[in-house]
Design a protein around this ligand. Structure first.
Ligand code: ZN
Ligand code: ZN
Length: 537
């Protein structure tokens, strides 16, 4: 009996799978939704890193997947700019420390270009989304509270604060909210938000009595000013605690889907229960994703000084590579660093080869997935023809040896000599060249994908690494490749090919003597030694 061919959902990627699950759930709930909304929170309290970007970009991928199955959908990018400043991020002026505990939307922009610190930070993230073609509806938390978007949710939550406190205790083990209300007011006297304790709610005049007592923040006591007062919670001078704010957002903005990272599992559970038991609405559909890690294994986080910002990535690589990083997989934490960029450029080129039928993929499921992935990284508007695939390292090398201000002519001419057909007016080629110029100026490393190196070749490569360390003579270096090949009983042709694969990521390349000097002897020696090291494992 023949097996039925496996069903391919949408374009066969995980984005399509999630989209179909969202639609299925809406059906099960019996809701007729004419516009499905996916939400992503944008942190506004630190310099946005690639993890913050990934939340919004992935949510956008889901929106595209929903649209491609005929649904209307929108991405809501919610800026958490009512949050208080918890610490001064590395690299920002220490003078900001006097604003710790203030809502980031009331802290001045240290760079002077936005109306506040918070709008500067969320502005950076929105800019990265714009640069990669991600479309969204931006909602500022501060404005939403001011405009009363959450008024009915705030009233329901605070009127049922005792029950909410129990839910928080049951899901998070935190007893605090059995005593205080899950709401933070901006102190009318000192302007801080995290120092206040909301003590009592008066539903008739929707006001909360509070005292500015201080709070423990990152192991230190942030002192309050002692002020006591009463504030109208419909006035926008405060915000709900994280323990319940998601629920208020989901309800007010009618969110159908929101993903979360694993550190928020319990928080999402709490908010789901608040949504169902207090606000009496079904909670949105959720999926969980893993975070991005940097190469040291620590989370790429805004509290680490040298953050991998999406802007940094985009200086060196086309936007599609960043979306490829986001859309490739949803689970399995991935280590990523600037050095990985050339690998993603090569992967994008490979994906393009698959899409345009230049590279064969036998499994129909895998073919569909890869074609789908290519369409998603182009925001479902893929180009009509492929561009020239020049390995990143070769471009970088040519830029390094090109006469100043004549880079383009020089590179195009030399590439033609290596057999690459490049149209100098191709916009995508021009963009890559520009980014290779940035890389050549700013990044000191050589990275290519893993190359199989075995036996005699491995010995020969190690020996060459030693010579590269020892000599700066162009001709000597060039000739060494031949002498070493001979000494280790290797054909020079295949040996060169291996070296080009290790150093450039292609089978052919420029003369190695000048290449080694231009790319930096240290870098070349390191790349050779690490290829040999990988082979020994
Ligand atoms: Zn600014
Ligand atoms: Zn105060």
């Amino acid at each position: 009996m023949a097996l039925a061919p496996p069903e391919i959902i949408g374009r066969g990627t995980w984005l399509d799978k999630v989209a179909s699950e969202i639609v299925e759930r809406e059906l099960k709930l019996g809701r007729q939704v004419d516009l499905l909304r996916v939400e992503s929170g944008l942190g506004a309290s630190g310099v946005p890193h690639i993890g913050n970007y990934s939340d919004a970009a992935r949510a956008y991928g889901i929106k595209l997947a929903l649209e491609s199955i005929g649904k209307r959908a929108e991405l809501i990018a919610f800026s958490d700019d009512m949050d208080g400043l918890r610490k001064v991020p590395a690299g920002l002026p220490k003078s900001l420390s006097k604003y710790i505990g203030f809502p980031v939307s009331s802290v001045p922009d240290p760079f002077g270009c936005h109306e506040s610190y918070g709008s500067h930070m969320s502005g950076l993230l929105l800019e990265a989304l714009d640069k990669t073609g991600v479309k969204y509806r931006s909602v500022s938390g501060t404005r939403a509270y001011k405009e009363g978007l959450f008024n009915s949710q705030i009233d329901k939550i605070l009127s049922n604060a005792a029950r909410v406190g129990e839910i928080i205790k049951e899901t998070l083990g935190q007893e605090k909210y059995t005593e205080v209300l899950p709401y933070f007011l901006v102190c009318e006297s000192c302007g801080r938000i995290y120092t206040t304790r909301a003590l009592e709610y008066f539903p008739d005049r929707h006001a909360v009595r509070y005292s500015c007592d201080g709070m423990e923040l990152r192991g230190e006591m942030l002192k309050g000013c002692g002020h006591r007062g009463e504030v109208d919670v419909f006035s926008g001078r405060g915000k709900l605690s994280w323990k319940v704010e998601f629920a208020a957002r989901w309800s007010a903005l009618k969110v159908n889907y929101e993903a979360y990272g694993k550190e928020l599992i319990d928080s999402v559970k709490t908010n789901d229960r608040v949504m169902e038991e207090i606000l009496r609405e079904p909670s949105p559909f959720h999926t969980r994703y893993e975070h991005f890690l940097d190469k040291t294994g620590a989370k790429v986080s805004k509290s680490v000084g040298n953050v991998l910002a999406p802007q940094l990535w985009l200086r060196y690589a086309p936007p599609q590579t960043l979306l490829l990083l986001m859309y490739k997989r949803s689970v399995g934490s991935r280590a990523v660093w600037v050095k990985d960029i050339p690998t993603y450029i090569a992967e994008l080129d490979e994906l393009e080869d698959v899409y345009f039928g230049r590279k064969e993929v036998k499994d129909p499921r895998e073919l569909a997935r890869l074609r789908g992935l290519y369409e998603y990284v182009w925001n479902l508007s893929p180009p009509r023809s492929p561009t020239a695939h020049v390995p990143h390292n070769l471009l970088v090398y040519l830029v390094k040896v090109a006469p100043k201000d004549k880079e383009k002519e020089f590179v195009v001419q030399r590439l033609a000599g290596y057999g690459y057909q490049v149209d100098p007016n191709d916009q995508r080629f021009q963009e890559r060249l520009e980014k290779a110029i940035n890389w050549a100026k700013e990044i000191e490393t050589i990275t290519t994908g893993p190359v199989r190196v075995e036996g005699k070749e491995r010995e020969a490569i190690l020996e060459l690494a030693g010579i590269v360390n020892a000599s700066a003579d162009e001709n000597y270096l060039q000739n060494s490749v031949f002498t070493i090949a001979k000494k280790h009983d290797l054909e020079p042709g295949p040996f060169f090919k291996t070296l080009y694969r290790v150093l450039i990521g292609a089978d052919h390349g420029p003369r190695l003597g000048p290449y080694i000097l231009a790319m930096g002897r240290d870098n070349v020696a390191t790349a050779l030694a690490s290829a040999a090291r990988m082979a020994s494992k």
